[in-house]
Design a protein around this ligand. Structure first.
Ligand code: ATP
Ligand code: MG
Length: 439
């Protein structure tokens, strides 16, 4: 266990660099994080000298589960690969515990990485896949089983292992290292419920089982830090939900500092102690899940966290009111000083689908139901506010709004709902900078 410190991290790829496979599904031949692989040139590659990561500063606390979330191409995998040592920094520093590891090779960083592609050795059994990392880090040393620590190489043992290597398995001499490895593998296999699979080859496993073996391989190494790059995205929805719960509880049990990459905001919200939201190589906000949901720092975070995303409407500030072309919203007193500088200026009003109120009230406005999705437990409807405009104007692009409707409320396409925006639930953003304005 250790904390991880990322200081002023910048990464610029040289124009001709080719990408390494990590999260790509078609990557069965990348079995170990310590072995960088070449990948074909990436068409999404940045312009030369354009930072893929731009001055990243982040502290991941000892034992914390930190999620990096952001859209495809924002630099999540690159950041993870820099921490693991599979990529080199352009500038900045990485510290794990009290060691600066920026220039150390992956093997010496005491991390274990889990990839989306599982990256298991196809010709090794599950047992040997789990043992692989341990044997690599402890090639000749022997282990003290009671204290679980390495002791100096034992010549007698090595000779016995060599002499009995070609005998049938029950007659072979098993070194103390192998016995300790076996002990560790059995305990990890038990935790992940993969004991019955230890003698199988990866091709004899389901996707979920492969995923657990990949996780087990990382756990068996008992590293200071786990790095996980979209490890669940090859699983079907049900298994993904189950496995994410399992990963979180294993991480709690082990207490190993974990950095987990995903582009799925639900995964981020349900797994992270804290979440770092990234966009275009920059960290937008770092906060616990509910703080991100309740107090997004900017429009990007507001739109990214929450599903369906927050609605945004252009408004103008007039006195203590927000004026939209279809409605006027009086703001409570607490907003007074925050919106004072925006008098007669445009602002962006944000409201989440689940916060729009339905029902006839003095301030309600009519909205036309254009689409809806009934999920059983709830319904999401798309509304437009253009219903009362003259016909020629109704051809203008509408202001579609997503709204959550209680499951038992009847709803029809073409019907009108009376909606209102509870002032205590609204968010405001500077239209130019997109930064949140707080009351
Ligand atoms: N080796 C490389 N050479 C050149 N460009 C690269 C290389 N690796 C990554 N990039 C570029 O850096 C940017 C960030 O890539 P990265 O793989 O980190 O994104 P990501 O956030 O993990 O995306 P995804 O969710 O799709 O996995 C992309 O524009 C990508 O094309
Ligand atoms: Mg990635």
């Amino acid at each position: 266990m250790a904390n991880v410190l990322l200081k002023n991290i910048t990464k610029i790829f040289p124009p001709s660099a080719s990408k390494n496979p990590d999260s790509d599904a078609a990557n069965p031949a990348a079995p170990d994080p310590a072995t960088p692989n070449l990948r074909s040139p990436d068409l999404r590659g940045p312009d030369s000298n354009q930072p893929v990561l731009d001055n990243i500063n982040l502290t991941i606390n000892n034992g914390e589960f930190m999620v990096l979330v952001g859209p495809s191409g924002c630099g999540k995998s690159t950041l993870l690969r820099l921490i693991s040592g599979l990529e080199t920094l352009t500038s900045g520093d990485i510290q794990i515990g009290d060691r600066t590891v920026s220039t150390l090779p992956p093997k010496q960083r005491d991390i274990a990485m889990v990839f989306q592609s599982y990256a298991l050795y196809p010709h090794l059994t599950v047992y040997d896949n789990l043992a692989f990392g341990l044997r690599r880090t402890l090639p000749t040393a022997s282990y003290d089983t009671s204290s679980d620590t390495i002791t100096r190489p034992n010549r007698v043992e090595s000779t016995l292992v060599g002499l009995t290597r070609n005998l049938p398995k029950p007659l072979r001499y098993e070194s103390q290292t192998e016995r300790t490895i076996a002990k560790r593998i059995r305990s990890v296999a038990k935790m992940l419920q993969i004991e019955p699979l230890l003698n199988r080859l990866p091709k004899q496993l389901s996707g979920g089982q492969k995923q657990r073996v990949a996780l087990g391989r990382a756990m068996a190494r008992n590293p200071q830090v786990f790095l996980m790059d979209e490890p669940l995205s090859n699983l079907d929805a049900k298994l993904r939900t189950e496995t994410r719960t399992q990963i979180v509880s294993l991480q709690r049990q082990l207490g190993t500092t974990t950095i987990y990459v995903t582009h799925d905001q639900t995964e981020a919200m349900t797994m992270g102690d804290r979440i770092a939201v990234m966009n275009q190589g920059k960290i937008q906000q770092v906060a616990p899940p509910l703080e991100l949901y309740r107090q997004p720092a900017n429009r990007f975070v507001a739109a990214f966290i929450g599903s369906p995303p927050m609605n945004f409407l252009p408004v103008t500030v007039r006195a203590q009111q927000l004026v939209h072309e279809r409605f006027t919203l009086a703001l409570p007193q607490i907003w007074q000083s925050a919106i004072a500088p925006y008098s007669n200026q445009p602002l962006t009003l944000g409201i989440r689908p689940e916060h729009i109120a339905i029902g006839q009230t003095p301030t309600a406005i009519p909205a036309l139901v254009t689409q809806y999705e009934a999920l059983g437990s709830e319904t999401f409807a798309t509304l437009t506010l253009e219903t009362t405009l003259p016909t020629e104007l109704s051809q203008l692009p509408a202001n579609p709004l997503q709204i959550r409707v209680p499951a038992d409320q009847p709803i029809e396409r073409g019907s009108i709902l009376q909606i209102s925006f509870p002032p205590e639930k609204i968010h405001l953003f500077d239209t130019q900078t997109e930064q949140a304005i707080r009351p």
